[in-house]
Design a protein around this ligand. Structure first.
Ligand SMILES: *[C@@H]1O[C@H](CO)[C@@H](O)[C@H](O)[C@H]1NC(C)=O
Ligand SMILES: *[C@@H]1O[C@H](CO)[C@@H](O)[C@H](O)[C@H]1NC(C)=O
Ligand SMILES: *[C@@H]1O[C@H](CO)[C@@H](O)[C@H](O)[C@H]1NC(C)=O
Length: 359
């Protein structure tokens, strides 16, 4: 009997010929078996190719500024190449639960740990309530990030639209965007700041959903933030520059950066002494801190507006806005040459990419 018998349709009314039954002699049957086997293998291969293609399509779709596949293992390998001897962390902000785990009850005091300020932080964070990055960013398989520094070098680069294409745009301190969009873009996903670099009305230079990320350097910074979230009177003593005494931002967008990041930036990336007794303390800038945060959080890290003018002219402006000069940086708590060297190292390792030519 043949399955090709048109009077005996297979179950379900389908008339699929069973190839094995078409041939009668043994040799052909062997052939057919092999043929069936190779179709099976072929299908498996096709399935594999299909899966790979969809994977690459997926990763490419989310990395619009880089055509390289990214995410997962690739990021892990890149991280390991940095050789910082620390595990990567993608949990950026302090959360309520951090205070109930031993891990966070660190032995470090501010700015490198929360020792002695646990209760103050708990009060702030319980008031803000939501303490994470929104899901649409958190759930990306391949996060592209750009850290926009405040350096003069970003002037006339026309990088604005390229910057805005990143999933995460990190800005620093009081840097403006309005009127500078052509070069610096207009989108801000996160802004790292401290009270002295805060602006009284953050709505002017940020988006409604910009996360305002406080980097706490000293206890006064936390008192300042607590006064804001509880609408108490701000005490402005203990700051090296007057912080705003009113803050018109959205309280629910406030986040507190885990001091872990500043600690590791200083200790592992820059190798600066954490506690110097007789000299003025040297702390990382928010710029290099933001780069370190991005290396942890993102799969692709681009930077722009970093570096200081090489000019010998002490009156050369250092920012793309305002009138601060090289001279005005002299007394800062930062070691800019050291940070420039660290950035160069990261660039050489392929961990970060500058978006514009730089010195
Ligand atoms: C890595 O860090 C640990 C402490 O966190 C230290 O004991 C160890 O010596 C470090 N290893 C290298 C290779 O630096
Ligand atoms: C903090 O210090 C205590 C006592 O010196 C020590 O037992 C503990 O392991 C330290 N914790 C961390 C996280 O280093
Ligand atoms: C930027 O371009 C403007 C207009 O072309 C020019 O006047 C200015 O000098 C340029 N600035 C820099 C830093 O190149």
């Amino acid at each position: 009997m043949s399955c090709l018998n048109s009077e005996q349709p297979a179950e379900g009314g389908e008339m699929l010929p069973d190839l094995a039954m078409v041939y009668s002699d043994e040799d052909s049957l062997e052939h057919v078996k092999m043929f069936q086997m190779s179709t099976k293998t072929l299908w498996l291969w096709l399935l594999l190719v299909f899966l790979l293609l969809t994977y690459y399509k997926g990763t490419n779709k989310s990395s619009n500024s880089s055509m390289l596949p990214c995410g997962g293992l690739l990021t892990q390998h890149k991280w390991e190449r940095l050789n910082l001897n620390i595990s990567r962390q993608t949990h950026l902000f302090l959360e309520m639960k951090d205070f109930f785990w031993h891990k966070h009850l660190s032995n470090q005091t501010l700015p490198y740990g929360i020792k002695g300020n646990e209760l103050l932080l708990l009060k702030i964070i319980s008031k803000v309530q939501i303490n994470y990055v929104p899901d649409n960013i958190e759930n990306l398989r391949c996060r592209t990030c750009v850290v926009v520094g405040n350096g003069f070098s970003i002037k006339n680069t026309s990088l604005g639209s390229a910057i805005d294409k990143h999933h995460v745009v990190i800005r620093l301190n009081d840097s403006p965007v309005r009127g500078y969009e052509e070069d610096v873009g207009g989108k801000t996903t996160m802004r790292l700041f401290y009270p002295e670099s805060a602006t009284y009305n953050p709505n002017l230079q940020n988006n409604p959903d910009t996360l305002m990320v406080l980097v706490p350097f000293k206890q006064e910074d936390l008192h300042w933030l607590k006064a804001i979230v509880y609408k108490e009177k701000i005490v402005s003593k203990g700051f090296w520059k007057h912080p705003p005494l009113k803050w018109l931002g959205d309280i629910s967008k406030i986040r507190v950066l885990d001091p872990h990041y500043l600690h590791q930036t200083a200790d592992r990336l820059l190798h600066i002494p954490l506690h110097s007794n007789n000299r003025k303390p040297v702390h990382p800038t928010t710029g290099i801190l933001a780069v370190f945060v991005a290396l942890n959080y993102c799969d692709v890290v681009h930077i722009a507006g970093f570096g200081y003018p090489s000019s010998k002219n002490q009156n050369h402006r250092i920012h793309y806005f305002g009138y601060d000069t090289i001279k005005s940086m002299k007394n800062s708590y930062h070691d800019v040459q050291h940070e420039a060297d660290a950035l160069k190292r990261l660039e050489d390792l392929g961990a970060i990419v500058f978006l514009h030519p730089h010195t």
